[in-house]
Design a protein around this ligand. Structure first.
Ligand code: FEO
Ligand code: CA
Ligand code: CA
Ligand code: CA
Length: 690
């Protein structure tokens, strides 16, 4: 095994989130979110406390038999009862009539051993290759990557930095539209001799251009699972910090989104910190703006107490920003443009089939640190979007559209579904354990009934122009969703990341990455849905909507995985034998393969080896048998997994991002080898031996 380069800090150096991340990653990606006090300082009632007086068992039974509505259970503390809560729909035997899948079919690979190699490692019998890397041209005439000749003009025509979400949409004839998020930039690894205190205008403009989104047509290579970019294809597109985006839905035009440059509050330049995402059934791409607070300077100088409270809850009450963008554009200075930040933190919908279309920020889905947005169709044909707010002690959300989805994924269907995500109901989740709180001791020991499980409710926050939160208008609920959810008594979770409904069973999977502060002084204690104090390794929750309907307002849940070293008694593997699983730490992005197995990528492996991609069957005797498929190079995290019948794809994000690393002292030579600098890249793997 090749050791880490000697001048670099050892793993877990200085990371404030207790994961294996470098401190540099925490600073550049999340604005050091975990080094600060968790911004959720609300003392909203824990569901179990609210339910005091009702027996937990009774509530659980009620949830299982008739469904627990927020109002029905008497749990609408702080919210007004909606006039027309979504009705609970009776089960129609869907689960039994639908093939369950997920038994482990297709997962016959030999698991990759945990390692610290500076490479992408896949199982024996598989091949892998880079599809596209930072700086590769999208357009005819765009220059090839050259770290010493980079310019903003070139970067606007090249693949961006730090790829995260990845999706493929069909084009036919062996071609696909590959859609990719570029979450953030790490200037130390992009510019030789970078002076973080004094970036040049050109360096800042390269950063603006390297953020954002890419749409790239890729072509299948005959006989392999490899995909080759089609440079210059008319559908190729780069969207960056100066591309035009429209605000759509209830918040468009609101006074709090109007700025000097956009007095109508309807057109935003750029999308920022796009982390995970999702694809819609009608052929569009959803991309989630996450840690946007870090781009806005001087929040601490704001004096209006309401504005300051809002900035604090969203983590934007600081001074200068890490990248100093405020020196080159006033809109990143809250003292000068206090509303610009309100135009970020949304889920954005892009029509990748139309390169002239203006992407829309869908304000009806609320504003928070959006990790992803993944859809499921309701029984009556509407769409539900599941979403996590990735911060310690923040919440799990669901949006349900008012309108029904027009079938198809062609241009006509995209046109008919054009406004679907602009009206609906936004809910936040409350969880109640089946065991008594005294039975949850924070060690991860299973409660006496042998499972971490319970019921939950989706508490409505806002529906169209109707606010269910006292003291907030509907538009304020959407703009300051975290505040609304605090009032509604949402359950504080351990960093909800990707949320993925199974296309086969409809069960919904939630990755909860970690939360070193759970159980710390003054912080929320362990509960049954977040059962470990100082949760370093995270867990994966499985949620079943009442009646198996994505529109339901109640659900049951259980923990599928409590992650970590299988030898650690605080871990749980869906009932599977821990001696026969791969260790897994810090689950982040989720995806399903066509057989219905769940795939999990990790961010911040706190077990001392590199991040990776894992697969786990959900049904049958192999339920919970986590197997590692892939590991990524030094300093990298694994993102955006995509699995189809021909290939497994990942985004290798921030390779070489170790403390002390620079362009001149790179911590990784992946993917280009000796003498090169590390480059974030999309990788495809496929079976080379049949
Ligand atoms: Fe960008 Fe929640 O990770
Ligand atoms: Ca993520
Ligand atoms: Ca996903
Ligand atoms: Ca993450």
């Amino acid at each position: 095994m090749r050791p880490l380069l000697p001048f670099l800090d050892p793993p877990a150096s200085g990371s404030p989130c207790a994961s294996g991340r470098a401190a540099l990653t925490c600073r550049m990606r999340c604005g050091d979110a975990c080094a600060h006090e968790a911004p959720n300082t609300s003392d909203n009632a824990y569901f179990g406390d609210v339910a005091a007086g009702m027996s937990r068992r009774g509530l659980l039974r009620a949830g299982a038999v008739v469904g627990v509505g927020a109002a029905a259970a008497g749990l609408s503390v702080g919210t007004t009862t909606p006039a027309a809560a979504t009705p609970l729909v009776a089960a129609r035997g869907k689960s039994s009539s639908r093939p369950a899948g997920g038994h482990g079919k297709g997962l016959d690979f030999v698991p990759v051993e945990p390692n610290t190699l500076d490479q992408v490692t896949v199982p024996p019998g598989y091949a892998q290759a880079v599809v596209m890397a930072w700086g590769d041209p999208l357009f005819t005439g765009a220059p090839a990557f050259d770290v010493d000749r980079q310019s903003a003009a070139a970067q606007r025509r090249q693949f961006g930095f730090n790829n995260d979400f990845l999706g493929l949409l069909p084009l036919g004839r062996g071609q696909h539209l590959m859609v990719v998020n570029h979450e953030y930039t790490t200037e130390q690894l992009m510019h030789r001799g970078y002076d973080a205190a004094n970036p040049t205008r050109e360096q800042v403009e390269i950063g603006w251009a390297a953020h954002g989104l890419s749409v790239v047509v890729v072509e299948e290579e005959r006989g392999t699972g490899m995909l080759k970019p089609v440079v210059g294809h008319r559908l190729n597109r780069r969207l960056h910090t100066h591309s035009e985006f429209a605000l759509a839905g209830p918040v468009a035009g609101h006074p709090l989104v109007r700025t000097t440059a956009d007095p109508r509050g309807r057109t935003v330049l750029g999308t920022l910190n796009n982390c995970g995402g999702g694809l819609t059934p009608w052929g569009t791409w959803l991309t989630a703006e996450e840690n946007v607070n870090q781009y806005f300077a001087n929040g601490a100088s704001v004096t209006d107490p309401t504005t300051l409270a809002r900035l604090k809850r969203y983590g934007a009450a600081g001074g200068a920003t890490e990248r100093r963008w405020e020196r080159f554009d006033d809109r990143f200075d809250l003292a000068k443009e206090p509303n610009e930040i309100n135009r970020f933190g949304w889920v954005v919908e892009v029509d990748p089939y139309d390169p002239t279309s203006t992407p829309k920020k869908r304000t009806a889905l609320g504003r928070f640190k959006h990790e992803a947005a993944e859809p499921r169709i309701t029984d009556d044909g509407r769409v539900a979007m599941y979403m996590g707010d990735d911060e310690r002690f923040d919440y799990l959300y669901k949006f349900v559209s008012d309108g029904r989805v027009a079938r198809g994924a062609d241009a006509a269907a995209r046109r008919r579904n054009r406004d679907l995500l602009d009206s609906g109901t936004l809910y936040v989740a409350r969880f109640l354990g089946s065991s008594s709180q005294a039975d949850i001791d924070g060690t991860g020991a299973l409660p006496s009934d042998g499972r971490f499980d319970g019921v939950g409710v989706w508490v409505p926050l806002v529906s169209g122009t109707t606010s269910y939160v006292k003291g907030m208008t509907a538009q304020e609920v959407l703009l300051f969703t975290r505040h609304a959810a605090d009032v509604a008594g949402a359950t504080k979770m351990d960093r909800p990341e990707d949320v993925q409904p199974s296309p086969r069973t409809g069960k919904v999977y939630v990755a909860l990455t970690n939360n070193a502060n759970r159980g710390a002084a003054g912080q929320a204690l362990a509960d049954e849905a977040n059962p470990r104090h100082a949760n370093k390794h995270g867990h994966v929750l499985e949620l079943t909507e009442h009646g198996d309907d994505a529109a339901a307002t109640s659900f049951t849940w259980n923990l599928l995985l409590v992650c970590g070293d299988p030898a650690d008694p605080s871990t749980y593997w869906g009932g599977f034998d821990p001696r026969r699983v791969s260790p897994i730490s810090c689950p982040d992005n989720l995806a399903f393969d066509p057989q219905g197995n769940l795939w999990i990528s990790t961010d911040g492996n706190a077990l001392g080896s590199h991040d990776g991609l894992f697969a786990v069957p959900l049904d049958g005797q192999r339920r919970g048998q986590v197997k590692q498929f892939l590991t990524v190079p030094v300093g990298a995290e694994t993102c955006g997994p995509w699995i189809d019948d021909e290939r497994v794809m990942v985004c290798v994000q921030h390779p070489g991002e170790k403390d002390g690393a620079t362009v001149d002292r790179p911590a990784s030579r992946w993917p280009d080898g000796p003498g090169s600098v590390p480059r974030p890249a999309v990788v495809a793997a496929w079976r080379s031996r049949r």
